[in-house]
Each structure stands twice: as structure tokens, then as C-alpha cells.
Design a binder for this molecule. Structure first.
Ligand code: NAP
Length: 283
């Protein structure tokens, strides 16, 4: 069993760390807001006071944080992990941070340590059930070294060299974060034309975007609960896609503007389906 440090116990991280613990790994966790570590402590995880304390002696350091800036701060900032990384340690960066950030992080890694990108597709049920798709970027040897541990969390696949996983994740989330905006505009159109909302939802559920329409319908009907993926993280993913080269005047850019407007309206911490309600409320 591996000695693992897990940094970042947000909605996804706490579930992923719980699986590693249940699989018998020697797990030390850290989160900026310490209270989020309590459920894992009750299950037997060691809880560190800072990232350096968590990383000390770990073979693998998993980061599941909001974005690349947060990972940079936690690994290379004051009181951060890098100074305590053991020789041969690997950082497995599982947040959605984009290829530029992971390449920059890798370039800063201390001699004798390394970093791979391993962002995930799937949300809370997949994190809990260990069925995430995991897109790994790194060498064949680095993939071989992390594969067994990542298999506890889902299905790891090596998609190329460093940054390849982060790139693929932006491609996938360009769809995931854009489609709810499209659905919101379609529902706003239905409202304006006087189409019964239930009838419109049923029709969208049977359309090409049926899976997302069903998910968004349920969440908006239940006042955006449970929050699975925050609107601000969805907006961040489209910002990263644009920075990585998505068409500046295209559909993804338009969706990013709408998510940005919803954030400005104070919906950043709501579930990303809140963009639908926001768009339907426009005159
Ligand atoms: P979340 O619940 O918002 O948690 C974010 C985590 O990042 C928290 O642990 C937070 O600490 C930490 N954090 C943020 N800024 C920080 C900083 N400057 N320094 C230290 N810690 C910081 O996010 P999530 O939903 O678990 O998502 C985590 C990552 O996975 C994101 O990159 C997201 O895009 C990606 N992702 C999410 C989903 C999903 O369905 N939710 C699916 C796939 C991928 P605090 O607790 O102290 O705030």
C-alpha cells in the first residue's frame, strides 16, 4: 500500500480521498478549511496542519484543488509541500487546471521528483463509486507508477505526455459547461413563445442533449440542490479553454460570457445549472 498525501477536500476531493483510505492506503490529508477533513479523520486518515506536513514522506501527492493557481500555492507557496517532497515522489495533479498550468508546475518540481496531470471526467457519484474517467499526461514509466493507485478512483488512461490529460479535459468540459447555457437559452425561448415548460423539458430530454437536460431540469426544480459542480468552476473551465485556443468569437466564448454574467449576478457558488434559471429570468 502506498503512502499518499491528498491535498484538497472539496466536493470531489473528500470522496476520492475516502476511497483511497477505504482501499487501505496510508493516507494523510490536508485542506485549507480544516473542518472538511473531519469526516476522513473519523474514518482513520491522518490530518496534517499544512501541505508540508501532509507531503512529508509521501510517495504520491494528489492535488484536487480549484485551479492551477491554488495548486501552485499549495505546492510552492509559503508553508507549502515542495520543500518536503521525498526523493522519487510524484505529484498527481487531478484538478482541472489546463495544460499550461501543469507544464509550468512540472517545470518547477524539485530535482528527483515529478508531476503528472490526471484530471477527471465524472462528478460526485462517479467520485464516490470509483468510476471516474482519468486522463493521464506523463511518460509511460510515470503512468505505470501511478496507475494502480488511480485505479481505486476510476479508469486511468494515458493520453500522452505532460499536459495531454489537462488538454483533453478542457475539450470535454468545453461541452459540459457550454450545453447548460444552450439549454437555458432554449428554455428562455420556450417561455417567450408560451410553450409549456414541462412539455419543453420533456422534448429536450429526448433531444441530442438529453442527458444534460434531465440533469439540469432536476437541479433547477430543486433550487439547484445538490450542488455538484459550482458555476464559478464551470466558468473557469471555459476561460481555460479560451486561453488554450478555443475560438475567440465562437460558441464557447459566448457561453463563457453568459456564465460570467451569472457569476456577476452572485451565482458563482451555486450549481452550474443555475445559469438556466438566470437566463430564463432575463427580459
Ligand atoms: P470545490 O468543492 O469548490 O473545492 C475546491 C477545493 O480547492 C477546496 O478544497 C478548496 O479549499 C481548495 N482551494 C481553492 N483555492 C485554494 C487556495 N488558494 N489554496 C488552497 N486551497 C484552495 O471543487 P470540486 O468540485 O471538488 O472540484 C475540484 C477540481 O476538480 C476543480 O478543478 C474542478 O474544476 C474539478 N472537477 C470538478 C468536478 C465536479 O463535478 N465537482 C468534476 C470534475 C472535475 P477550501 O475548502 O478551503 O475552500
Amino acid at each position: 500500500m502506498a503512502r499518499i498525501a491528498f491535498l484538497g477536500l472539496g466536493r470531489m476531493g473528500v470522496l476520492m480521498a475516502g476511497r483511497l483510505l477505504a482501499a487501505g492506503h496510508d493516507l494523510t490529508v490536508w485542506n485549507r478549511t480544516a473542518a472538511k477533513a473531519e469526516p476522513l479523520a473519523r474514518q482513520g486518515a491522518k490530518v496534517a496542519e499544512d501541505p508540508a506536513g501532509a507531503v512529508d514522506g509521501a510517495e504520491l501527492v494528489i492535488t484536487m484543488l480549484a485551479d492551477g493557481d491554488a495548486v501552485d500555492e499549495v505546492i510552492f507557496g509559503t508553508g507549502a509541500g515542495a520543500a518536503k517532497l521525498a526523493a522519487g515522489a510524484t505529484v498527481v495533479e487531478m484538478s482541472t487546471s489546463g495544460p499550461e498550468a501543469v507544464r509550468n508546475l512540472r517545470a518547477k518540481m524539485p530535482e528527483g521528483t515529478t508531476l503528472v496531470d490526471a484530471p477527471v471526467k465524472g462528478t460526485l457519484p462517479q467520485a464516490e463509486g470509483g468510476t471516474l474517467d482519468i486522463y493521464v499526461g506523463g511518460t509511460e514509466a510515470e503512468f505505470a507508477a501511478v496507475r494502480e493507485v488511480l485505479s481505486v478512483l476510476g479508469n486511468p488512461v494515458r493520453v500522452g505526455e505532460i499536459g495531454a490529460g489537462a488538454s483533453l479535459k478542457l475539450v470535454v468540459n468545453a461541452i459540459t459547461a457550454t450545453v447548460p447555457v444552450l439549454i437555458g437559452e432554449a428554455m428562455a425561448l420556450a417561455d417567450r413563445m408560451g410553450v409549456d415548460a414541462g412539455t419543453a423539458w420533456d422534448a429536450l430530454a429526448a433531444s441530442a442533449v438529453g442527458g444534460m437536460a434531465r440533469r439540469v431540469r432536476e437541479q433547477t426544480a430543486d433550487d439547484g440542490q445538490p450542488i455538484t459542480f459550482s458555476l464559478s468552476l464551470a466558468a473557469k473551465d471555459l476561460r481555460l479553454a479560451l486561453e488554450a485556443g478555443a475560438a475567440a468569437e465562437g460558441v464557447i466564448a459566448a457561453a463563457r460570457r453568459e456564465l460570467g454574467a451569472a457569476e456577476q449576478a452572485g451565482l458563482g457558488e451555486r450549481d452550474f445549472s443555475a445559469v438556466v434559471t438566470h437566463l430564463r429570468a432575463q427580459d
